[in-house]
Design a protein around this ligand. Structure first.
Ligand code: PMP
Length: 440
């Protein structure tokens, strides 16, 4: 059994009920969890069991309160219990949980996404990001008649067999180069190249000029911490894929509606052929989606021959939460407000790193950020793997002790929300500073 590894002298946090619940959960579910990173293996301790949340705060089963920088890994951009979202879900739930038949709410959410992201002319809702990327790649293969796909090492696109190759996120935390149970035959068509390496992409295309259906990329790589695309990288992908008749898929499951209303594609002014969504578009309920050019999306059944389906797809509660969330985000000034908060935190931490001389790298884009415990700048997965995960773990537990809930892994991005107040973020900077000074 794992004991939590709070730094010596700081074991003030009572997590006894969490520990007891975790003992039970481990008897019932592998690792006591339903998604690996939640087990806190990346920081060497027992997970915190949460009971409820409100606005920017999480409350655990022992009554501890935390300022939340995980936000259920991205969706809760408005904070918890946002009144319009809550009302919309309550109202939808009274009318029926699921029909497996068309509802107007699906068109409403589809229109909100399509109006926000110009590259998306048609969309299909699914239940998770995994389903979104898996299906988008099926579309790409159906549309191009080609088999190979290209991904980047350290990018995670969900747990479909063909994509569990040099993936980030939980796979990185657990140190699995791959996963047992994925037959070699399922990944032979998956080519992997380093992130930010446009020459590697050109080489792959010159080796397989007529065989690559699509390149799938996280336009900001947020499953190996937070790795930003170097200038020209995404532009290069657009050019190379277009010149070889291959599709460019932006996996904006994390970045969609987070770094801008129109996602990273809006920020960089690039038009992908297909885009994958998840997280925010479901307002915290299980939703994913893939969409793109009408001409391409027309291959999807029943309009076209490519099969993809889902009993709970377009679920009324999930659509209601998504519609209410996106309506709120589309109000003027929201992303400016979010950027102001993010910058406040970002500038603060940058100043702390400068003042303390800590061997750490701070990376931020919009309301996403990551603190890496390494001296060298980060451009790809190989750089990320140089980070000192033991120092990260110590930082994680110290932050938890002070009431800040961070992702329990060096390989995950942190998120800010509109519910966080400036004063809370200023306090966060102070907490980071005191920990880095102690570590020095
Ligand atoms: N793509 C990206 C970029 C992701 O970050 C994730 C999950 N964090 C997924 C796909 C998979 O989404 P899900 O966990 O909803 O299956």
């Amino acid at each position: 059994m794992f004991m939590s590894q709070l730094p010596t002298g700081e074991q003030k946090l009572n997590l006894s009920r969490s520990h007891a619940l975790y003992q039970e959960a481990q008897q019932l579910m592998p690792g006591g969890v339903n998604s690996p990173v939640r087990a806190f293996r990346g920081v060497g301790g027992d997970p915190v069991f949460l009971e409820r949340a409100e606005g920017p705060y999480l409350y655990d089963v022992d009554g501890n309160r935390y300022l939340d920088f995980v936000q259920s890994w991205g969706p809760m951009i408005l904070g918890f219990g946002f009144p319009d979202v809550l009302d919309a879900v309550m109202d939808a739930s009274k009318r029926g949980f699921t029909f497996g038949a068309p509802t107007q709410a699906e068109s409403e959410l589809a229109r909100l996404v399509i109006d926000s992201v110009p590259s998306v002319e048609m969309i299909r809702f699914v239940n998770s990001g995994t389903e979104a990327t898996m299906s988008a790649l099926r579309v790409a293969r159906a549309y191009t008649g080609r088999s190979k796909i290209v991904k980047f090492s350290g990018c995670y696109h969900g747990h479909a067999d063909m994509l569990l190759v040099q993936a980030g996120s939980g796979v990185a935390t657990l140190g699995l180069p791959d996963s047992p149970g994925v037959p070699r035959e399922t990944t032979v068509n998956t080519l992997t190249v380093p992130y930010n390496d446009i020459e590697a992409i050109k080489q792959v295309f010159s080796t397989y000029p007529d065989e690559i259906a699509a390149v799938i990329v996280e336009p900001i790589a947020a499953n190996m911490g937070l790795v930003l695309p170097v200038p020209g990288f995404l532009e290069g992908l657009r050019e190379v894929t277009a010149s070889y008749g291959s599709l460019l898929i932006f996996d904006e499951v994390m970045t969609g509606f987070r770094v801008a209303l129109g996602g990273m594609q809006e920020r960089v002014g690039i038009t992908p052929d297909l885009t994958c969504f998840g997280k925010i578009i479901g307002g915290g309920l299980p939703v994913g989606a893939y969409g793109g050019r009408r001409e391409i999306m027309q291959v999807v059944a029943p309009l076209g021959p490519m099969y993809q389906a889902g009993t709970l797809s377009g679920n009324p509660l999930a659509m209601a939460a998504g519609v209410a969330t996106l309506k709120e985000l589309r109000k003027p000034g929201q992303y400016e407000r979010l950027e102001h908060k993010s910058q406040l935190l970002g500038d603060g931490i940058t100043r702390v790193l400068h003042d303390t001389g800590a061997d750490a790298q701070f990376v931020r884009l919009g309301a996403m950020f990551c603190l890496y415990f390494t001296r060298e700048p980060i451009h790809n997965y190989a750089d990320v793997k140089q980070a000192d995960t033991a120092r990260f773990a110590s930082y994680f537990w110290s932050m938890l002790e002070r009431g800040y809930y961070l992702p329990p892994s060096q390989y995950e991005s942190c998120f800010l929300s509109l519910a966080q107040e400036d004063a809370q973020l200023e306090e966060t900077v102070k907490a980071v500073e005191s920990i880095l000074r102690q570590q020095a």
